[in-house]
Design a protein around this ligand. Sequence first.
Ligand SMILES: Cc1cc2nc3c(=O)[nH]c(=O)nc-3n(C[C@H](O)[C@H](O)[C@H](O)COP(=O)(O)OP(=O)(O)OC[C@H]3O[C@@H](n4cnc5c(N)ncnc54)[C@H](O)[C@@H]3O)c2cc1C
Length: 881
Amino acid sequence: MAPGAEDSKVLVSRLLREVLEGREDPEGFFAVCVSVLGQQQTRSQFLSLIRPLSSADSPLHRVLTSVYQGYYQTEDNELELALALSISDMKDYQISAPSQESRLQQPKDSSNQISSVRLTPKSEARGGSHAQLAVAAGKRNTSSSQSGAWGSVCPPKTAQETELQKGARADKHDKETSGKGPTVCVFKPSASFSGLDMGQMTKDGDLNELEKPKRPKNRRQRRKACGQQVIGLPSSLSAPRPILLWFRRDLRLCDNPALIASLEVGAPVIPVFIWSPEEEEGPGITVAAGGACKYWLHQALFCFCSSLERIGSHLIFLKANAEGNAKGSSLCALKDLIKETGARTVLANALYEPWLKERDEEVVSALQKDGVECKLFHSYCLRDPYSVSTVGVGLRGIGSVSHFMSCCRQNPGSALGVPLDPPASLPTPSQWPQGVSLDILGLACMPRRKDGTTIDWSANIRKSWDFSEEGAHAKLEAFLNDGVYRYEKESGRADAPNTSCLSPYLHFGQLSPRWLLWDAKGAHCRPPKFQRKLAWRDLAYWQLTLFPDLPWESLRPSYKALRWSSDRGHLKAWQRGQTGYPLVDAAMRQLWLTGWMNNYMRHVVASFLIAYLHLPWQEGYRWFQDTLVDADVAIDAMMWQNGGMCGLDHWNFVMHPVDAAMTCDPCGTYVRKWCPELKDLPNEFIHKPWKCPTSMLRRAGLTLGQTYPHRVITDLEERRSQSLQDVTLVRKKFGQYVDKHTGCDLVPLPSRLVSEALGLSHSNGGAVEAGKQFLLPVITRMEFKHQLEDPDADAGSNPYNAVLKGYVSRKRDETIAFFNERDFTASVIYEAAQRKERLESDYRKMEGLPQPLALRGKARRTPTAKDRFSIVPGGAVTSPW
Ligand SMILES: Cc1cc2nc3c(=O)[nH]c(=O)nc-3n(C[C@H](O)[C@H](O)[C@H](O)COP(=O)(O)OP(=O)(O)OC[C@H]3O[C@@H](n4cnc5c(N)ncnc54)[C@H](O)[C@@H]3O)c2cc1C
């Protein structure tokens, strides 16, 4: 019988007392509230229910408040994202004074606190008038804090730099110690390691201190506000020698911290771009500079050169002719340029791929030795991935965007700040250095046929995009005026432009994520789903910093042994859009012709490659890297790892190549556009021409096997079952990588995360013993857990069969969301109950009391993998080996 309202309240007050006495944990208490009061009442009454605690036990009150906020985060997504990504200083156009900022920064770890140029209110502007430059629309001057001694990411305060150096050393150490030996360590669950660490939360993440940021009323208002900022000058940077402004993936004038910082100096600025493909590639197979990306880069550089010329400047191109020796490196090119120009300062915006970060650190220290000041600014992501910490959150659910956002919320980095206006002009040197022509970089080389004619594969890409910064802003404007209104519910549609199409601009830094976030928040329609996408982007970079092998090495050890197909014919058919499945083919042809497809279609083609063709995810990753104009090592690798069943966050679904069309292309418009040979088929058969009667095929002018290919595989169900059984096989074979309690896969942790979990600072990473592996249960597809219990069952009979059937309305999505939420609540309650039982049992043992007998007639069942799991793996690290 359901308890009455009074009973519920009594129960809740009793439990609250238990929390106060430390006998119940806050998360468990919250779960019980949700269970007995229901969603609505908990939402409306929880905060008043715990209000008495604010004076009696304020730390506990804060913890409970943040559990509540965490739970309802999706409903107040803007606030959530704001907190998560530390845009707490957006609350006013008055830019925060340093003291206020430091209050919001995490006191312990300033190592990776980075910021863009700090804007200060007029009254705080410093520096001599000779260097005050009027920029952009208003008489805005630029400022920064003091100049730093070495080229860390700003702000260049000495103490922070030291911390940064420590951080860099620790990262290096991480690399050295991670994954060296086979020893598997028994990881004792500690408070900070298992799920939410409430103690830490109050210490590090006082949510009450962060106010909800006020949004600018409209975008124009924000820009005007930016334009009115008066920015002071650093004293030590006022050398008259030219400054090298090293552009990389920040090809923009708007909101470019390094560019604005270069203006502060009052010296001539020499913008330079160095092409060094070997450095881009890094140590493994990343295909960082694929064909389509290089083509985009060529065009973007061309446009950017014109933009710089419009403000009276010029872009110098250099090519690092790397042949595996230091002579051909970016450092070498910079040194030569420094010699030629006499520059004593190099400024750039930071990049976060581990190998590029390492390269930059080497450049900085080498130049510093030569007496050249070098500074890096943060702007590529919303959050510097090296500053994200799991402290206070734990590792449960790692890999999901919710977990990532909780980490950001609990450990706020430096404030995001307001976007910066573009400069109106750049001071020029009296003499420009030589450089090479853009064509010499060889970014847009087209292959030649035997007869000498060129194969211009880029013609359609050229037609499809405007490669300039203005093009980025036009796309953003168009999206905010139109697509954004359909984004929340219809972003999966392939037949309508409902997403922003901004990914290539974000990748090449033609649009800063900060600018995008501000505009998105200032727009009339602000779908939370869109804002979360930027958190996804940051999450990918965080994962790459934790797992530098992400682009080529499966994160789940046992899956490395998966039986993958090596059928080159299948791979070729997939790459060329000739699989015989119209939806897959349309998407792959769109990719080839335009260098892009939307997120939903990427899921469709990835599912097809992996679950049906059984080809390794690395093949998909590499093809995407070569053909996408937005190919991004971090995002692409994370998504392919997840889709390829090897990443931290298993996709809990498989897209069916025919049924998915119901959601994304119900009338076949998309297929007709990219597979024109099918255009005359009736809607009924457009996604399955093999079912079309011969007479209709004839009328549509289609001959299967000639004008359109036969299907490369026909028995989809069988292929899926095979894939499932292959996974089960490796999970059985490598049982040491499956958590016995939860059925989740176990993933070796990088030492940076182990250090955080053990409460060690990164710089003390040495305390984590080399050669030991720490394993963590990670999000695992439910059907895999179930299949382990019944390995021979076919995919169709698995109650958690992950194949999405496709849907025409959002009802299915909503139902799934409902089930996930319900399961999550259930699993939290279940865990709370278990914890309580354990505590009671320990207490009885200590007191020498007998253990209670199990209730007769109510046999207590050990949960099995057949039970419904939430998508978040149950339990933290509990598996002793
Ligand atoms: C297998 C696979 C591979 C992918 N490879 C890439 C890639 O190489 N480069 C890339 O930028 N995106 C990649 N994505 C993510 C996503 O598909 C694209 O970012 C998105 O389709 C770009 O279109 P949009 O700008 O209209 O996105 P919108 O939906 O308008 O989103 C806005 C921005 O958010 C970011 N974003 C959106 N979705 C994601 C995501 N899932 N993960 C991280 N960031 C996201 C992008 O920067 C995007 O431009 C991949 C997805 C899958 C399934």
